[in-house]
Write a protein that binds this ligand. Structure first.
Ligand SMILES: [Zn+2]
Length: 141
C-alpha cells in the first residue's frame, strides 16, 4: 500500500500537516523581523510549544518575539486554546508577543500584550525563504 502524501484541498483537515515554530528576531517600531526556529509537525494545531527550549533561548539571547503555527482547518483567528497559551507566554516572558496563524493562502498576525484579553489583529505578515518573516503592525498612513 502506498502512502498518500499529496494535499487534498477542499477537504477540511487534509490541507496538510499542522506545523508550528518559534519566532526569534527583533522589533523596529511597527515592523517585526523574525526567523522561524524549532519548526515541527504536531498532532494538534496550537501554540503549545517546547517551553524549555523557549525559556532557555530567551534567557540566553532575549530574542523570542512570538510563535507561528498553521491552522489547516482554515480558521484565521486564534482558538481559545491559542489565546490561553499566548497569555501564559506573555506573562512568562514579560513582553508582548506575536502569534502568527498561517491558513491556506495567507498569514494572520496577532499581537498579545499583558492585560489584553485576546490578541490584536495586525496589518500584515509575510513569510520568505528559509523561514524569514516580516510583520507590519499597521499600514503606513
Ligand atoms: Zn491555533
Amino acid at each position: 500500500m502506498t502512502e498518500r502524501r499529496e494535499r487534498r484541498p477542499g477537504k477540511p483537515g487534509t490541507w496538510g500537516p499542522e506545523e508550528s515554530g518559534v519566532l526569534v528576531g527583533s522589533r523596529k517600531g511597527a515592523i517585526w523581523l523574525g526567523r522561524l526556529c524549532q519548526k515541527r509537525q504536531g498532532e494538534a494545531a496550537s501554540v503549545d510549544f517546547d517551553w524549555s527550549w523557549v525559556l532557555a533561548r530567551e534567557e540566553r539571547r532575549g530574542d523570542v518575539i512570538g510563535f507561528w503555527h498553521t491552522h489547516p482547518f482554515g480558521l484565521a483567528g486564534p482558538s481559545r486554546r491559542d489565546v490561553r497559551t499566548m497569555q501564559a507566554w506573555v506573562d512568562c516572558l514579560g513582553k508582548p508577543l506575536l502569534c502568527l496563524i498561517e491558513v491556506p493562502g495567507r498569514i494572520a498576525p496577532y499581537l498579545f500584550g499583558s492585560g489584553e484579553e485576546a490578541g490584536r489583529s495586525l496589518a500584515e505578515a509575510q513569510r520568505f525563504e528559509r523561514g524569514r518573516l516580516v510583520v507590519v503592525e499597521r499600514k503606513a498612513s
